[in-house]
Design a protein around this ligand. Structure first.
Ligand SMILES: NC(=O)c1ccc[n+]([C@@H]2O[C@H](COP(=O)([O-])OP(=O)(O)OC[C@H]3O[C@@H](n4cnc5c(N)ncnc54)[C@H](OP(=O)(O)O)[C@@H]3O)[C@@H](O)[C@H]2O)c1
Length: 286
């Protein structure tokens, strides 16, 4: 079936990598772009593109015709449940067979962390939809370090409030790799997978990997939760998002979360380490 895969979120961190992997492997697919400008950028690379936006359903419904499988990812937004559940309903009505959804390790319906609750509600809706599904729950992305570029470049330091907590952070490129395998194979259908990096690491480990790779001293400075929260709000993060990140940091300050085997089982590969991430992104941090 030509173009029987639709990628939603293909212009973002994870989705862009997925688009590259599909393209490099000469898989037929089409990518959703929210603006004509982004669509033209895809088209200039020979990528089949449809312009549309979840929530603007007149732009989406025609794109669902004849589809077999959808990759579903959108950025963090209070519209997440309305938009993703709306897409699931319309996909079902259009005869789509399968959806691969990127969720999050924290997903939990009823959680007081909005992001966790929203992902939980969407997971529940997808499971109840009758569609085949794969739910990927990544742990914290290594690429989150790019949000600290201003202070890393300006002060040689980044600020977090999880103390000595350790997380099996994952490279978003590996989230894309796992998504690729789940889109093309049915072996993992109707399952939920926690995908992680290979090691449980703290921010001191991250600082040391970034320092080694970039050749400059980069320090992790732990700050009290309230100060971190105020800093994120002052930097322009929406209040709900800063509060969610603070709540997650409080939980993760006690975390000794360990890696799972799910990434390796799905892909047959070993996930990238923080050293690998730091080497590949070294120029960003110099
Ligand atoms: N960061 C983490 O540590 C982490 C960990 C686990 C899970 N997650 C989950 O991963 C997801 C974020 O992944 P990411 O960082 O790769 O995303 P991202 O870079 O923020 O990209 C979001 C993508 O979704 C598109 N999008 C947003 N709203 C849309 C709409 N209404 N209709 C169609 N497309 C829309 C964006 O399009 P535009 O380019 O037009 O904006 C973009 O392509 C979230 O669900 C988050 O909860 C993140």
């Amino acid at each position: 079936m030509n173009n029987s895969i639709l990628i939603i979120g293909g212009t973002g961190t994870t989705g862009r990598e997925l688009v590259n992997i599909l393209n490099n492997n000469q898989v037929e697919f089409k990518a959703l772009a929210r603006t004509n400008e982004k669509a033209e950028a895809f088209q200039s690379e020979g990528i089949n593109t449809v312009v549309g936006e979840l929530g603007n359903w007149d732009s989406i419904t025609p794109a669902l015709s004849g589809l077999d499988t959808i990759f579903l990812l959108t950025g963090a937004s209070p519209e997440n449940v309305k938009n993703q559940n709306g897409l699931i309903d319309r996909a079902k009505a259009a005869g789509v067979r399968k959806i691969v959804k990127v969720s999050a390790v924290v997903a939990e319906t009823g959680s007081d962390v909005h992001l966790a609750d929203w992902h939980g509600q969407i997971e529940d809706h997808l499971k109840d939809s009758g569609l085949e599904y794969v739910i990927l729950r990544p742990h914290s992305f290594m690429q989150n370090m790019l949000m600290s570029l201003p202070t890393i470049k300006g002060q040689g330091a980044f600020y977090e409030s999880i103390g000595e907590g350790k997380l099996p952070m994952i490279d978003a490129r590996d989230v894309a790799t796992a998504s690729y395998h789940c889109l093309l194979k049915d072996d993992f259908n109707n399952g939920t997978y926690v995908i992680t990096g290979p090691d449980s690491i703290g921010y001191s480990d991250v600082a040391s990997s970034l320092s080694n790779a970039s050749g400059k001293s980069i320090s992790f400075l732990n700050v009290p939760s309230e100060a971190h929260n105020q800093g994120m709000k002052a930097a322009g993060l929406p209040e709900w998002l800063a509060d969610d990140l603070t709540a997650m940091s409080k939980k993760w300050a006690r975390s000794k979360d360990q890696p799972t085997n799910d990434f390796q089982n799905i892909t047959g590969q070993t996930a990238r380490s923080i050293d690998q991430f730091a080497q590949d992104y070294a120029d960003w941090f110099k």
